[in-house]
Each structure stands twice: as C-alpha cells, then as structure tokens.
Design a protein around this ligand. Structure first.
Ligand code: BUP
Length: 462
C-alpha cells in the first residue's frame, strides 16, 4: 500500500541556516525512498534561498520531491519587534499559517508526518490543533546542548518571580550528561525573561511534549554528553550532510574560480573565514579582521558580509573593506569574496585546514563532517553554546574573551595570533580529522545517525 512508501511534508523557516538543514533532510529522506513535499512560503526573503530551492527541486524527479507553495501575508514591520528581515518573515509566516490544515489535507497521497522547523513550532501547533492524528516532528536547527537549554528553559523561572538573578553562574539542566551552561554563554535575550525571545522560549519549551519527536543534526562523537537520553519527546540524531545539489559551480562562475584558487595551495594550508548567512560585521572590525588575516601569514579565503540580505548588497569589495591599501595587501596571500560560496565544497577541499567561524550550528557540523579544525568567534544567539561543543569535542577552540558581536573591536594582532595558533596546532588537526571520520561512520551503514533515520522511517511506515 501507499504507506510502504511514506510521504512526508517539511516546513522550513526563513534564512539559509534553516533552509539548508531542511533541504538536506529532504534529500536524505528522498534518497531513502520516501516521497517528500517541501512547503514553501512565498515571497522568499533572500536570493540565496530562492536559488537553493530551485537547485534542490531540479535535482529530484517530481515523484520523489515536490514543492507546495503558500502565500505569506505582508506585515507592517512596525508591528514586529525586530528589524531583522528574517525575523519579520518568521512573524509574517506565523500570521499566514492558518492555511496549513487545508494545505496538508490536499497532499496526495496523505502524509505520514509533518516536520516543522522549531522556529515555527507554536504557530504550527495552533494551526493544526484539529489534525489530531497527524504525527508531528520538530527539526531543531542547533546543537543538542542548545536543545537541552531550550527544553528546560521554562523550569528556570517561577511564574510569580521571573527573576534570572536567582539562577547561579552555571545553569544545570535536568538532563543527564549535559555539562552545566555558563550563564555568560546564554544568548543575551534569554537572560531577561521579559524579552520576546525569552517568553517565546518559555512557552514553546512547554509544548514540546505535543510532538512525536525532535530531529537534530548531530552525532555521538560531537555531543556524547548531551545525548545521554532522558529527553522527551525522543531525539533522533539525523546526520545532515552537504549535498550535491548545493553546488553552484556554473562554468566560469566565481565558484569555479574560488576552487581553482584553492587547487593551487598546499594541502591543509588555507584558513577559511565566514560568519554565516546573517551575521554582519562593523566596518572597523572588518578592517581589523583583514589586518589579522594578513598577519596570520596563512593563505586565506574570506567571505565578508556587511548586509543581512543579499539582494540589498550592491557594494564593491573596496567599499566593504573601506581601505584600498589593505585590499591590495590581502591579495598577496588571500582571496576575499562577497558572494555566496558553497561552504561544503570549500570545507571539503584538501587545501583548507582551518575555519574561523561564528559557530552557527550548520557551520560547526560541516566543519566536523570535513574534519576541519575550528576557531570559534561566537557573535550572538546560540553560538557560544555551540562553541562550547566545539571545544569539548576537540574539534577546535574558541575566543572566550572577545565579547559578543559589536561589544568591542578585536585587534588584528590578536586575530592573527589566534589563527596562527590553530593552524600550527597538530594535535587539534588530528583531533578534527578523527571527528570527521566518526561523522562519516555515523551516517554510514549501521552508524548512529543512519540508524536514527531508519527508526524514524520505520515509524512513518506504520
Ligand atoms: Br555566508 C555562507 N555559503 O557563503 P549557520 C553560508 N553558507 O554555503 P547562520 C554557504 O549557510 P543561523 C556562504 O555552509 C551553512 O550551511 C553554510 O548556517 C552556508 O549560520 C549555512 O552556520 C549557514 O548555522 O544561521 O547563517 O548564522 O542564524 O540559523 O545560525
């Protein structure tokens, strides 16, 4: 019957950091023989997201993968408590999801499960309240360590006294194995229960039990302590690896020239620098970063960003760096680009040996997957908590005294020094390589991620 080939619907949230893991999950499910429908709200915020969705859709035949579109109502940004376009999109999506029940019922064959991005969990629950029989899952797009904080967040406050000062310097989650979380690593908005972010966290974490399971992109060797069990709903550690469809190497395109540039470098010699799809740096910090890269003495590939949304970005590289002399100096050893690069392809390139990262979770797992050691420079949100995972696992180290984004300007000398340290550190190199091997085992036949995926699929067959 139809249920021997389950049909699953996936609902991503806005931003590449959310879309990418959803599409990797979709690809993995399709490759395991399932039929997948991707539910996409239009209009889409960034060009990078639109391109990735089309590449994904054209990589699979329509009997494996389909897109189902819905309209996102436009909201008055003044009614949203943020200026971040991705956040505004999330809010607009929330206000547009009443369509979900009819959309879901229109899918044929009927779906065995709906997997939604954690950022949409409350609106999805509300909208689907009458679809009682629909198995529902969450894709948690950060670390299991961050999940432990999320799942227990509501227990740290009493309803009558939402006072975080009563919480000690370290936060103990109720879950076995999870190393206490330093209060200083908490995303700043989560330290004040009165913020929008904190109250959403509090409400959402109480509702987790309404779901049948949570999918997390992680694996045993990376987060053994946070995966000791005891969590409800059950966690499924699905390994979401970079896919072929993400490659955008059009003939003669910039992607191709980046790879050519890398091809000429010594194995393991290049340091790659990227702070993800939505972190922008202050002008002054961009300059110091450039100076630091020159001082490090290593060949470097730097993806520089000063606008949140790519469509709004028309500045030249010289404008962004703001120092023609520095641009010239950097050309000797480095390649600086402003456009989207296929990070999976870069990290997988034999010349790349180190990664300076903001520790967005996707970037961390990609570094782990390719066994590239990492210097973490967390900027906001969950990134310090992820950086702690990096250090505990042995994948890398992180700059603990560089502050949160924009707090102060870190000097080129300090940046160059730290980069030199990780690039010369052979112990770190071999630890990272070992994690890469473990990652491959985890997604291979009989590995823990592959087993988790099979267990999920097994449930969806019944
Ligand atoms: Br920039 C950039 N190429 O040029 P994170 C990013 N990426 O492939 P974020 C590229 O975007 P959140 C580029 O490989 C990763 O899969 C990168 O996700 C890819 O950070 C993704 O690392 C970025 O989780 O998202 O963008 O800050 O805010 O959700 O953490």
């Amino acid at each position: 019957g139809a249920h021997n080939r389950p049909h699953v619907a996936l609902l991503p949230s806005a931003g590449m950091g959310h879309l990418t893991p959803t599409l990797r999950l979709a690809a993995s499910l399709a490759n395991h023989g399932l039929q997948v429908t991707l539910i996409v709200g239009h209009p889409i915020v960034s060009a990078a997201e639109s391109k990735l969705i089309s590449r994904f859709l054209s990589a699979f035949p329509a009997d494996q993968v389909r897109e189902k579109q819905f309209d996102i109502v436009s909201v008055d940004p003044a009614t949203v408590n943020s200026k971040d376009p991705f956040f505004i999109q999330r809010e607009a999506t929330r206000r547009s999801l009443q369509i979900l029940p009819s959309l879901v019922s229109s899918l044929s064959p009927p779906i065995s499960a709906l997997v939604s991005d954690v950022f949409l969990m409350s609106p999805v629950l509300e909208a689907t309240a009458n679809l009682k029989d629909l198995p529902q899952y969450i894709l948690f797009t950060s670390s299991a360590r961050m999940f432990s904080l999320f799942a227990s967040y509501h227990t740290f406050f009493s309803e009558t006294s939402p006072d975080f000062s009563k919480v000690g310097d370290f936060i103990e989650t109720p879950f076995p194995g999870v190393v206490p979380i330093p209060k200083s690593s908490l995303p700043p908005p989560l330290r004040d229960p009165k913020t929008w972010f904190a109250s959403t966290f509090m409400e959402d974490s109480k509702k987790l039990s309404n779901f049948d399971g949570v999918l997390i992109n992680t694996f045993e060797k990376l987060e053994s302590d946070s995966l000791k069990g005891g969590k409800l709903p059950p966690l499924f550690t699905v390994g979401l690896v970079p896919c072929e469809f993400e490659k955008g190497s059009e003939q003669g395109g910039s992607a191709e020239s980046i790879i050519k540039w890398l091809d000429d470098k010594e194995p393991g010699s290049v340091v790659y620098i990227s702070f993800g799809s939505r972190t922008t740096m202050m002008k002054e910090q961009i300059k110091e970063m450039g100076e630091g890269l020159v001082r490090s003495g290593c060949p470097f590939l730097w993806v520089v960003k000063d606008k949140i949304v790519d469509k709004e970005d028309n500045d030249s590289l010289e404008d962004v760096i703001g120092d023609a002399e520095l641009v010239e100096k950097m050309k000797e050893k480095g390649l600086v680009v402003k456009e989207w690069v296929d990070q999976g392809e870069v990290l997988g390139h034999k010349s790349v040996g180190g990664f300076v990262s903001h520790c967005g979770w996707n970037s961390v797992v990609e570094a782990a997957w390719y066994g590239v050691r990492l210097l973490g420079w967390p900027q906001s949100g969950d990134q310090r908590i992820n950086a702690e995972v990096v250090e505990r696992s042995g994948l890398g180290v992180w700059a603990k005294d560089w502050g949160w984004m924009g707090e102060r300007v870190i000097k080129g000398q300090d940046i160059g020094g730290k980069i030199g340290e990780i690039m010369r550190n052979d112990l770190l190199k071999s630890q990272a390589e070992q994690i890469g091997e473990e990652a491959r085992k985890a997604v291979g036949d009989g590995g823990s991620c592959e087993n988790a995926m099979k267990e999920l699929i097994g449930k969806w067959k019944n």
